[in-house]
Design a protein around this ligand. Structure first.
Ligand SMILES: Cc1cc2nc3c(=O)[nH]c(=O)nc-3n(C[C@H](O)[C@H](O)[C@H](O)COP(=O)(O)O)c2cc1C
Ligand code: SF4
Ligand code: SF4
Length: 417
């Protein structure tokens, strides 16, 4: 973990406030292994991050908490793990106190889960009150972690009390906890929810209706990582034997995470705050999340792989983007994609056909192998496309290694309803 080499200058165009909590820009270090120590918080602040959501703390112990075993699959662009160490609640409270003393502007979130059997919602309320007293600027209710009861229930036949992603699918329960915690503390209440169960927008809406100050979407997706087909006893992790259902993050989940943000924004309307997370690895990714409805941007995997000090570069690129388009603040481009994303029955399609530039064609034959196409043959070691048979799908453009094929448009097709 290196010291930040770039000092970030605040830019009012990025600033926002949720309740009485001010964020100097849109970027939050999302809860995970890069928000476990005071020194990480200091580095994050020096690099210009607006906030940090501390590593999940749960109460009471013992619950699943193991030494970390991570794996970054660079080619596939996903990060996966199952073994992970959480904070005890005592460690979380101490980190909040130390973090408040060591930083000035960094917004600190307590990312918490109650897993005990105190009646009703009292366990959640107690945790939130203690976190507030220890200095948390905001609470982030963890209704998202797929690596607790959800993992256990999917991997075994046993059922355990619902926590994290399995509880997070239940709009009634989640929103009831939100409502109770809102009444228990004065600081803003964020709730981080899960797409598992396919009801993320509904759960988000229920949380907003019960007073959530911000919904956060999303955490890891549960999936199965690459494994060795010659030895299925051995999972892909170093110093860990078994294959597992694993928590996926990184660029691989970005398209799904963008959809989740979009769905929530559509369902919840323009007013509420939304924190978008999932696979963000560049300023461009962050801009896409904002265009799909996010106010704040959470980043975890990228900070695990590269530390914190890429943020000034991202902010500069965002400033340049805003200058190019004349945007005075992020709100002016928030939701732009939400308004543009068109339903499948209203698309504008152009008629056309594929055409080969014979000077660029090497006759490799890749285009003629396209399984759903009957229009291409190789004649005299060159591609020939029959326009009458061409459906204009454009797959051949993508498979051609020399860029020899282009689509020719012939006019807008009549829309069918
Ligand atoms: C190793 C690891 C640990 C994580 N721990 C937590 C956690 O304690 N609480 C939480 O809300 N999210 C946790 N997350 C989820 C991240 O905050 C984030 O939502 C998710 O990884 C997607 O973002 P990313 O692609 O930028 O990593 C963790 C992610 C990783 C990779
Ligand atoms: S894939 Fe491209 S280079 Fe190969 S035969 Fe087709 S047009 Fe020619
Ligand atoms: S555009 Fe589609 S249908 Fe037309 S030639 Fe290419 S692959 Fe075949």
């Amino acid at each position: 973990m290196r010291k930040s080499s770039q000092i970030y200058q605040d830019d009012e165009r990025f600033a926002l406030a949720i309740g009485n909590v001010k964020f100097r820009n849109n970027f939050i270090v999302a809860s995970g292994p890069t928000v476990k120590w005071k020194e990480q918080l200091v580095l994050a602040e020096e690099s210009g991050w607006a906030g940090a959501s501390l590593k999940l703390a749960f109460e009471p112990e013992p619950y699943i908490s193991l030494p970390p075993r991570y794996r970054w699959f660079g080619k596939e662009k996903y990060h996966a793990f199952t073994a992970e160490k959480r904070l005890t609640f005592e460690q979380c409270l101490k980190l909040l106190e130390d973090g408040r003393k060591a930083t000035r502007n960094l917004v600190l979130f307590a990312n918490i889960t109650y897993v005990g059997d105190k009646p009703g919602v009292t366990g959640w309320e107690d945790m939130a009150r203690k976190a507030e007293s220890a200095g948390a600027h905001a609470i982030e209710l963890n209704m998202c972690c797929p690596n607790m009861s959800f993992n256990v229930a999917l991997s075994e036949k046993t059922r355990t009390a619902q926590t994290g992603a399995s509880m997070g699918q239940n709009a009634t329960v989640v929103s009831m906890i939100v409502e109770a915690v809102k009444q228990a503390v004065k600081i803003p209440v964020f709730v981080k929810i899960t797409p598992e169960g396919g009801r993320i927008a509904e759960v988000a809406k229920a949380c907003y209706d019960k007073g959530a100050d911000c919904v956060c979407s999303v955490a890891n997706r549960l999936a199965i990582a690459e494994f060795d087909i010659e030895n299925i006893n051995q999972g892909p992790y170093r110093l860990q034997d078994e294959p597992t259902l694993a928590c996926f993050s990184g660029p691989w989940i970005k398209p799904l995470a963008l959809r989740d943000v979009y769905e929530i924004r559509r369902k919840a309307g323009k007013a509420p705050f939304l924190l978008g997370t999932g696979g963000i690895a560049s300023a461009r990714d962050a801009i896409q999340f904002i265009m799909c409805g996010a106010d704040l941007i959470g980043v975890c995997t990228e900070t695990m792989l590269h530390g914190f000090d890429f943020l000034p570069k991202w902010l500069k690129q965002m400033q340049e983007f805003m200058d190019r388009h004349g945007f005075k603040n992020y709100r002016e481009f928030r939701d732009l994609a939400v308004d543009k994303i068109t339903s499948a029955d209203k698309l504008t399609l152009h008629g056309g056909y594929a055409e080969v530039d014979l000077d660029k064609c090497t006759g490799c034959g890749l285009c003629s192998a396209v399984g759903h196409c009957n229009a291409i043959t190789i004649v005299d070691k060159q591609s020939r496309i029959d326009r009458k048979k061409c459906l204009a799908c454009s797959t051949c453009v993508d498979v051609c290694p020399t860029g020899a094929i282009r689509m020719v448009a012939t006019g807008v097709l009549e829309k069918k309803s």
